[in-house]
Design a protein around this ligand. Structure first.
Ligand SMILES: [Zn+2]
Length: 430
């Protein structure tokens, strides 16, 4: 629950009339917009912090102004972790994500949104297979550009889909998720153009609609072709994985939950970029299934989860062709997790209506030292939750202490290789 000031009135986000209150001020002047009261009582904070109201997937929601996270209290849903503590902060320091003086954000991508230009990295066409990732540390080149998986984590983070409070219960569906992702792409720029024009997130289709999303994607591709005839432009897809099926002797189809009528082609030809991953003739579908085996196994075990795919794609004569891909598992509340251990804790925290942020991994290696959750409503103070990785770094403990100190967080830790059950989670302030 959060408290907001609407003019002279204080309204709780739990109030049954809260949606109506937001609707009333959605298009109103800035003075009438809600103000967050998370620091009420501190000197100079009685007026609250200015917020904006957005309409996403048919619902009204409070958002903070860009670059205003540091104004909010550590136990407020709108606060952010110290930059030094998160994989996202590392990318900001490496200028992979750079806020320009205009307020726009420039993203440097480690993958191409055009074919025929910059060469693809050999072996770089699938991102996220942990066993294929080199060890990566702070300060090296992996903080200078977003990998394709990090691009997905970035948009999920910008869309506030890595945050949870009790107000999120029951309102997340694909209409809300896809609307939030499209909105998060606004005012973000890449070397290939504005991200909003490059991103294709399928919309929820009515029975009678004839693939308006795909038509929109074709129009986006066509407009890019006019800019540069030498390059084949690609778009960036974010959609929910449904299945991979055999199509013909040369290819498989990749189907999404969101536009199942329109499968994406995965070609199996040797010269196709997918085959960089192996020297041999390996089928694109095989590579996908092998690389993301852990995620696909978890998806089979947990039917209420979703597998989000990010992929570059182009239009071929026959079908839409996928080029480069990464995936991310999310639970039934669309909260990202990497393994069953993380999922167990996220499920407990959501069932108990706790207030927390998931710390996404972005470019970092799976064994890097980072909290995976910040439990903002923990008593007596916000707590960083750590699960000791399978192969922790030598200075894991020192690094963890240093991180928690930066944010003045308490530390909760679970080492699953010693204890099958996790210790009790910190109690809530309420
Ligand atoms: Zn606040």
């Amino acid at each position: 629950m959060a408290l907001y000031k609407f003019g002279e009135r204080t309204v709780s986000s739990d109030a049954p009339t809260f949606q109506k209150e937001l609707e009333n001020v959605h298009t109103a002047s800035a003075e009438q917009k809600p103000r967050c009261l998370c620091r009420h009582g501190e000197p100079g904070h009685d007026e609250g912090i200015a917020m904006v109201v957005a309409k996403i997937g048919g619902r009204f929601t409070v958002k903070r102004w860009p670059n205003s996270a540091e104004k909010h209290a550590a136990n407020c849903g709108f606060s952010e972790l110290p930059m030094e503590m998160t994989p996202y902060g590392a990318l900001q320091r490496g200028e992979a994500v750079l806020t320009l003086s205009s307020g726009h954000i420039r993203l440097r991508l480690d993958f191409s949104l055009a074919e025929g230009g910059e060469r693809e990295k050999p072996g770089g066409n699938i991102d996220g297979g942990e066993h294929h990732e080199p060890e990566q540390g702070e300060g090296d080149s992996n903080t200078k550009k977003l990998t394709i998986r990090a691009a997905l984590h970035y948009l999920w983070h910008e869309a506030d889909l890595d945050k949870w409070d009790r107000g999120c219960a029951g309102i997340r569906d694909w209409a809300m998720i896809s609307g939030s992702l499209r909105m998060a792409a606004n005012e973000k720029h890449t070397g290939s153009g504005p991200l909003g024009q490059l991103l294709f997130v399928p919309e929820v289709l009515g029975m009678e609609t004839e693939l308006p999303g795909i038509a929109g994607a074709r129009a986006k591709i066509a407009s890019r072709k006019k800019i540069d005839d030498k390059l084949t432009p690609l778009l960036l897809l974010i959609a929910e994985y449904k299945d991979i099926k055999h199509y013909d002797q040369y290819s498989h189809t990749f189907t999404t939950e969101d536009v199942p009528e329109y499968p994406f082609l995965m070609e199996d030809e040797n010269e196709h970029p997918w085959s960089y991953f192996s020297k041999n003739f390996r089928m694109a579908a095989d590579i996908f299934s092998t690389t993301f085996k852990d995620e696909l196994d978890l998806l089979r075990e947990h039917k209420n989860c979703h597998l989000i795919t990010i992929a570059t794609f182009s239009f071929s004569d026959r079908l839409v062709a996928l080029k480069k891909a990464a995936v991310m598992l999310v639970n039934e509340n669309w909260l990202p997790f990497q393994n069953v251990n993380e999922k167990r804790i996220i499920d407990e925290l959501t069932a108990k209506n706790r207030l927390f942020d998931i710390v996404l991994r972005f470019n970092q290696h799976i064994n890097s030292t980072r909290p995976f959750i910040i439990l903002k409503d923990a008593a007596p103070r916000p707590t960083a939750l750590y699960i000791v990785p399978e192969r922790p770094k030598e200075d894991y403990k020192e690094e963890r202490e240093k991180q928690a100190e930066l944010g003045n967080y308490a530390v909760w830790e679970w080492n699953p290789s010693i204890d099958a059950d996790y210790p009790p989670l910190p109690m809530s302030q309420e």
